[in-house]
Write a new protein. Structure first.
Ligand SMILES: [Zn+2]
Length: 226
């Protein structure tokens, strides 16, 4: 029987949860009726390298959100295989752990953007929209969505900033870079925590194994904390 590991990230804490052969369901709130993480094989670099980077991005950019990482995410109804998903009110991000580090990290930025975008100021949102509508005509409705254009633009900018160790954009930088920086630096995350509408992690059930059980509906699973 094959089993593997899902990683649950909440408020900077990382928990390891064993995925049984039949998988287990996590609760994505109002957006979805059950979402089943399935067993599979993690990338060789996942535990020692990628997980730490993804957890850091998740915690800095979206400190209110709940994240799950799993080697095998269900197929998306519109686009098939995905590297990550953002769901919820929005509060839940998912990242695939079977991909090479740069893909998983890039996906974490992409999904974090989807979660953080509702917390941009009006000016930030307008600057990003104005910048990203200049790009190519993508071949599918899904890829053409405004939120997907901005998520891809942010993801690419964030990877470049990560690679170069870049800091806050200077005075003459494009407005949308400043919005990107607000998300990348964690300013938007802190802004979201300060407003009503997000449940602060400390007010949620603590991510102890007994609480993880509330996150699935189905057969017995083993849990362990790391
Ligand atoms: Zn997306």
């Amino acid at each position: 029987m094959r089993s593997s590991t899902a990683w649950h990230i909440v408020a900077g804490r990382v928990e390891e949860v064993t995925i049984p052969a039949e998988g287990f369901e996590i609760d994505l709130g109002l957006a979805c009726n059950g979402y089943r993480l399935l067993p599979g094989n993690e990338d060789d670099n996942w535990r020692d390298f990628t997980l730490g980077k993804v957890a850091e991005i998740a915690t800095r950019l979206t400190p209110w959100a709940e994240w799950w990482c799993s080697p095998n995410l269900p197929l998306h109804e519109e686009i098939g295989e995905v590297g990550g998903v953002a769901y919820g009110q929005p509060q839940v991000g998912l990242v695939r752990s079977c991909w090479r580090p740069e893909f998983s990290i890039s996906t974490a930025f992409h999904e974090a953007w989807h979660l953080a975008e509702p917390w941009l100021t009006y000016e930030e949102a307008m600057a990003v929209q104005a910048a990203t509508k200049r790009g190519p005509e993508w071949p599918t409705d899904y890829l053409r969505r405004e939120c997907e254009r901005s998520a891809r633009a942010f993801q690419n900018w964030a990877m470049s900033t990560l690679e170069t160790g870049g800091g806050r954009p200077g005075r003459g930088a494009p407005m949308h870079y400043k919005a990107f920086w607000s998300v990348y630096s964690g300013e938007v995350g802190q802004r979201a925590l300060a407003k009503r509408g997000v449940v602060r992690p400390e007010r949620r059930p603590p991510p102890a194994p007994v609480k993880v059980i509330q996150w699935w509906r189905g057969g017995a699973i083993n849990t362990a904390t790391v």
